[in-house]
Design a protein around this ligand. Sequence first.
Ligand code: HEM
Ligand code: HEM
Length: 176
Amino acid sequence: MSRYSKVAIILHWLMAVMIIGNLAGGFLHDFVPREGGQRAFVMGLHASFGLTLIALTLVRLGWRLANPPPPLPAYFTPGERLLAKAAHWAFYAAMLALPLSGWLMAERNDRPLQYFFAMDVPKAGIGKPLAETFNEVHELLGWAMLALLVLHIIGIIKHKLMDRDNLLPRMGIGRA
Ligand code: HEM
Ligand code: HEM
């Protein structure tokens, strides 16, 4: 059975949990009360997981380039192959650009940027106006990541219902 490597599977699910958590924290942060530093706490975690994701994405990209994925099932049409590949590479681009834009926007405020409330992280030194622009970029990329995730899940459901093919075992979930 064709399956991604163990390292690819662990990175996929670890990062999926962190990214989905960060999408939730990012889009919902307005609903977290400011009182008692609750919002600062949530966004401190958001930034720390985001910074961790930059490093994990670099490791994952390196692993991916050195370890080709299992071939797609033979019945995939050329159009499906192209769409799957394009979506996967767009995911990699977003996994890098989204947290980087988050780091670049950190200068909007004068609070220190901290890694899990323990260590100061340097900011980019690009000035407030540019940091404001990256805030817009960060939001747009957040929507792009969410759109890719929806497409990703629709793809898996499509193959299950229309092609009677379960792709989840390729990513380590269950047996083929
Ligand atoms: C893959 C990692 C990340 C994801 C998925 C993500 C996602 C998001 C999303 C969806 C928003 C809401 C945007 C809006 O509606 O305005 C947001 C806001 C925010 N993000 Fe991230 N982010 C990530 C990484 C980071 C990093 C690394 C930092 C900082 C070092 C950061 C700092 C922030 C801040 C401060 C906000 C609040 C913006 C505001 O006040 O409007 N994010 N993030
Ligand atoms: C934001 C969260 C997620 C991201 C960023 C993500 C990203 C990716 C990427 C980049 C690949 C291609 C791996 C490669 O070729 O290197 C992939 C494959 C896969 N993902 Fe996700 N994923 C996420 C969430 C999910 C979820 C929630 C599911 C399950 C419902 C899922 C199921 C799969 C499966 C089954 C594959 C293998 C596809 C194949 O057969 O080639 N992913 N994912």
